[in-house]
Design a protein around this ligand. Sequence first.
Ligand code: ADP
Ligand code: ADP
Ligand code: ZN
Length: 213
Amino acid sequence: MKIIMLGAPGAGKGTQAKMIAEKYGIPHVSTGDIFRANIKNGTELGMEAKKYMDQGLLVPDELTVKILLDRVAQEDCKNGYVLDGFPRTIPQAQVLDKALAELGEKIDYAINVDVPDENIIKRMSGRRACLSCGATYHIEHIPPRQEGVCDNCGQPLVLRDDDKPETVQNRLKVYHDQTQPLIEFYTAKGVLRTVDGTADMKDVFEAIVSILN
Ligand code: ADP
Ligand code: ADP
Ligand code: ZN
């Protein structure tokens, strides 16, 4: 099963993608996580990506598409995957489509996690991330067992550089301009399903599972 998560920054794509990955035994592929791992390790890709990420802008398609196609060509992706944060532009979606078509494959579902802009800023300021294992928490809604410490790996949790309110505003604008058109793109392909992302995490997941089953 090949699934795409769509939605504004902070809609809960990553939270849901991780639960989907676990339940269905497929990898969770997040381009944001791949970029952050590269930044942490000081690679050339990481340094290039950081310039854009810190401003709330998208990393150019040429860079992004290549790392995504390399990732989904790996052995563990052969039975499917859940893409979180890719595609984010129409050209990215077209390249993915073409690469899949060449293999006789296609995207099965694009899950649109719908959360209005008003809720997003609040959510993002409460988000805490583990840069070691990619886990995310929310200081009010989804707190870690011990404040400031990752449940999975014990590493410290941080407020991401790009989760500050000024940058979140930019990211929302970029979302509406460049990513939201994908809703129409996948509707036209007959694979778009929308869930109410303002519900509790568990209820959102239930809605997604009933779509996938
Ligand atoms: P969020 O979880 O808030 O949606 P991500 O972790 O997916 O954020 O992405 C963080 C940043 O990484 C984005 O703001 C963008 O700069 C960059 N990025 C991630 N995925 C892509 C992509 N598919 N295309 C371009 N830039 C991307
Ligand atoms: P995205 O990957 O779309 O950027 P995340 O999954 O990282 O979003 O979620 C953004 C923030 O909102 C995180 O702090 C997360 O813990 C929290 N969150 C996720 N789902 C919900 C929910 N259903 N209700 C309240 N907070 C949530
Ligand atoms: Zn961790």
